[in-house]
Design a protein around this ligand. Structure first.
Ligand code: GLY
Length: 383
């Protein structure tokens, strides 16, 4: 690994995730991929290393990462899987774990997950089962991974019965979020990741949401200082929630704001490129606020503000913003009923009493839910 002891050239922020013996830092800044070796050694000591990434990310960032790891104690040749959600399955899990074992990894080997949510989930799960569990480091390269999936230790592959149904809680030992990596992200993916940023403002940080209303356009256009601030504040929120409830027995469910609705639309569109996860979450958050307003829980002006903000950054906030389809309320509710967030046979929703005042409930009147979806679908059909 890099041996020079000169100061790391880029400023960065550090957000701790306070989980006792499993505590770790999220480092947010620029140049982190190029200096990953230094950050890893300084925090975790010299360790045998392995890297898992996908073919797209490898083209963009693998050389820089490998250069920073030059001189590592022992280096497994990088494991490069195909890009895309299809890699989150048993076959790829087997491939990654068997490659690690063939390379004679040890209990002390540190697995580096370089990529977006798919790589973080797959490599994290592989790390949790290889040799009954080895340490791993997340190096997220998408906005969605930087603000959500790389933090909190959820790892998973997909089952033929649904997404993320096979996995484990396995916390990383370090997260290195390189803001510079966002420069190479397609605009649509960046916006989809932004939905998860807005989510933190909507959950419990109204001043952050107001800050986003002022700054989202510049942030999305490429302002690195704003991106860094947004990633840092999102990670602070997620770290606080995860530290309070690591295994989602309680408040961590707030992170699912927009996800029950979103899941239904994603399932209906086949979890593919027609509707990205973040886009579905954006629509879901708008619908959750609409439903809250209909139930008299949330001021209607707040629901409108949410919708207007999402629309202003090019995210879907109504069914009419989606590609036209034969949407059916019954089918959407059916998808919700098969979501893994169902508890004791009841749908769990995150509703809101206003911007920054989200809460968890299993008491959503089905008639109100049905009426909201019927009206949204009818309005879409009139467009
Ligand atoms: N993405 C939701 C969570 O980490 O709990």
């Amino acid at each position: 690994m890099a041996s020079s002891r000169t100061a790391l050239p880029h400023a960065h922020d550090v957000v701790p995730v306070e989980l006792g013996a499993r505590r770790y830092d999220i480092v947010v800044g620029e140049g982190l991929i190029a200096h990953a070796g230094r950050h890893i050694t300084e925090r975790l000591g010299p360790r045998p290393l392995a890297v898992v990434t996908d073919a797209n990310v490898a083209r963009l960032h693998l050389d820089a990462l490998m250069a920073s790891l030059a001189g590592a104690k022992q280096m497994v040749p990088p494991i490069v899987v195909e890009a895309g959600e299809a890699s989150k399955d048993f076959a790829y899990l087997e491939r990654v774990v068997e490659r690690l074992i063939e390379a004679r990894i040890e209990r002390s080997t540190l697995l580096i997950a370089l990529g977006g949510g798919v790589i973080g989930d797959l490599a994290g799960f592989a790390a949790s089962v290889a040799l009954r569990g080895i340490d791993f480091v997340q190096v997220p390269t998408t906005l969605l991974a930087q603000v959500d999936s790389s933090v909190g230790g959820k790892t998973a592959i997909n089952s033929r019965h649904g997404k993320n149904l096979i996995g484990s809680f396995h916390q990383p030992r370090l997260v290195l979020s390189d803001i510079g990596a966002l420069d190479s992200l397609p605009g649509r993916e960046l916006r989809a990741g932004y939905a998860e940023v807005a989510k933190y403002g909507l959950i419990d940080d109204a001043p952050f949401f107001a800050w986003l209303e002022r700054n989202a356009a510049s942030l999305l256009a490429g302002d690195r200082a704003l991106r860094r601030e947004a990633v840092m504040r999102s990670c602070q929120s997620k770290a606080r929630i995860v530290a309070a409830d690591e295994r989602e027995a309680d408040v961590r469910a707030l992170l699912n704001l927009g996800h029950t609705f979103g899941h239904a639309f994603e399932a209906e569109t086949g979890f593919g490129s027609e509707l990205l996860h973040g886009e579905a979450v954006a629509l879901g958050m708008a619908l959750a606020h609409d439903l809250s307003a209909r139930l008299g829980l949330c001021p209607p002006d707040d629901a409108t503000r949410v919708k207007n903000h999402l629309k202003s950054v090019g995210l879907p906030s109504t069914v009419g913003d989606l590609r036209p389809r034969d949407w059916r309320t019954d089918r959407l509710i059916e998808h919700m009923a098969h979501d893994k967030k169902v508890k004791d046979g009841r749908l769990t929703f995150i509703l809101s009493r206003g911007i920054g005042r989200a809460f968890i409930t299993t008491d959503v009147p089905i008639d109100a839910l049905r009426a909201l979806l019927d009206d949204s679908i009818a309005a879409a059909a009139r467009r």
